[in-house]
Design a protein around this ligand. Structure first.
Ligand code: HEM
Ligand SMILES: *[C@@H]1O[C@H](CO)[C@@H](O)[C@H](O)[C@H]1NC(C)=O
Ligand SMILES: *[C@@H]1O[C@H](CO)[C@@H](O)[C@H](O)[C@H]1NC(C)=O
Ligand SMILES: *[C@@H]1O[C@H](CO)[C@@H](O)[C@H](O)[C@H]1NC(C)=O
Ligand SMILES: *[C@@H]1O[C@H](CO)[C@@H](O)[C@H](O)[C@H]1NC(C)=O
Ligand SMILES: *[C@@H]1O[C@H](CO)[C@@H](O)[C@H](O)[C@H]1NC(C)=O
Length: 315
């Protein structure tokens, strides 16, 4: 009796500990007071050198968070005895920015060894990238720890594909606790960065919900066969500025990916897209809130996980 009551109380306490394990904006204030400024300086110089790097760093945080939570799992390298997420379909020959993360990590390891997690570096670098490219800022919550595992199969199943329909996109985000409206706001990330021909070929050759002049212009650099890795900007209007042009493009049937145009194709998200085109502040405000929410997906906190000393390898 006493034993089962104790078991019950302990189970209850550990459950509450799990659900109250909270990230905090001041997590590194005393353990590594210069962590955020170090990340910001490195991100600024990487993005000033190559603006696409801002897009690439933002996407790393997304692809990290959608696979077993924001735990740095994406950063682990494959080796003879370990298969990580880098060769998963959405990542292979596609995700980039690892050298920038390595550079940040090595500076932080000199400054405060073993303190700042790789998962937190991704969250801060995503925010700083958006800011450098003219987007909104937000307070990044911190204290995520790094995984000791990764999942190729979850990366393949849980990162949304550009072939998805609107309902598929809504389900994919809903599986991570994000609403349809947050999905539409987060998709505004495609106001920066590039995509490979293979990800939009079907949309430009076989679909009709695309501006024909736009489709024709894309075909010159994305042949019907071959050129799979040729790049085009996700936002044809202002590819290196974090603005609301992505949504204006959608209303003009100039979404690059099939999945982009799904957000404005006669369905339930049309009005949100239109709203974002007519206000200059709604999209950035919603985006910032949704980024904080995405960054909260299943973090490892407390004594779970570890702080990797090298983001590419479990300690
Ligand atoms: C809504 C579902 C989404 C789909 C289907 C999707 C799909 C894609 C695809 C296919 C690419 C091009 C990849 C390649 O060429 O290999 C891409 C690029 C990109 N995605 Fe998404 N994405 C989605 C949501 C997001 C979200 C939520 C974010 C960030 C919060 C994001 C950020 C980016 C960025 C910044 C790029 C450009 C990266 C670069 O230039 O390096 N995407 N996305
Ligand atoms: C934590 O550090 C940040 C950045 O240095 C500072 O703005 C903030 O006031 C600090 N907060 C606390 C509670 O110490
Ligand atoms: C600057 O960007 C170019 C690509 O545009 C890249 O090859 C180079 O490594 C970058 N240099 C630094 C210092 O990041
Ligand atoms: C990843 O891309 C490389 C080419 O860079 C290719 O050889 C390899 O088969 C791809 N891996 C997977 C799992 O698709
Ligand atoms: C377009 O559709 C045709 C006919 O269904 C198919 O043979 C072709 O592979 C498709 N092409 C692309 C790029 O999706
Ligand atoms: C392979 O990678 C895993 C995960 O990072 C790591 O634990 C292991 O030590 C690595 N093996 C070698 C030989 O580096």
């Amino acid at each position: 009796m006493a034993f089962s009551l104790l078991t019950f109380v302990m189970a209850f306490l550990s459950l509450s500990a799990a659900s109250y394990a909270q990230l905090s904006s001041t997590f590194y204030n005393s353990s590594c007071p210069n962590a955020l400024s170090t990340i910001q300086t490195a991100v600024r110089s990487a993005v000033n050198n190559e603006s696409r790097m801002g897009a690439s760093l933002l996407r790393l945080h997304f692809h990290d968070c959608f696979v077993n939570g924001c735990d740095g799992s994406l950063l682990l390298d494959d080796n003879a005895t370990f298969t990580g997420e880098k060769t998963a379909r959405p990542n292979n020959n596609s995700v980039r920015g690892f050298e920038v993360v390595d550079n940040i990590k090595s500076q932080l390891e000199s400054l405060c060894p073993g303190v700042v997690s790789c998962a937190d570096i991704l969250a801060v670098a995503a925010r700083d990238s958006v800011v450098v490219l003219g987007g909104p800022t937000w307070t990044v919550l911190l204290g995520r720890r790094d995984s000791t595992t990764a999942s190729l199969s979850t990366a393949n199943s849980d990162i949304p594909a550009p072939s998805l329909s609107l309902s598929g996109l809504i389900t994919s985000f809903s599986n991570k606790g994000l609403s349809s409206s947050e999905m539409v706001a987060l998709s505004g990330s495609h106001t920066i960065g590039q995509a490979r021909c293979t990800t939009f070929r079907t949309h430009i050759y076989n679909e009709t919900n695309i501006d024909s002049t736009y489709a024709t212009s894309l075909k010159s650099n994305c042949p019907f066969s071959g050129g799979d890795n040729n790049l085009s900007p996700l936002d044809v209007t202002s590819p290196t500025v974090f603005d609301n042009a992505y949504y204006k493009n959608l209303v003009n049937k100039k979404g690059l990916l099939h999945s982009d145009q799904e957000l404005f194709n006669g369905g339930s998200t049309d009005s949100q897209v239109t709203g974002y085109t007519s206000s200059s502040s709604t999209f950035p405000t919603d985006f910032a809130k949704a980024m904080v929410k995405m960054g909260n997906i299943s973090p490892l906190t407390g004594s779970s996980g570890q702080v990797r000393t090298n983001c590419r390898k479990v300690n």
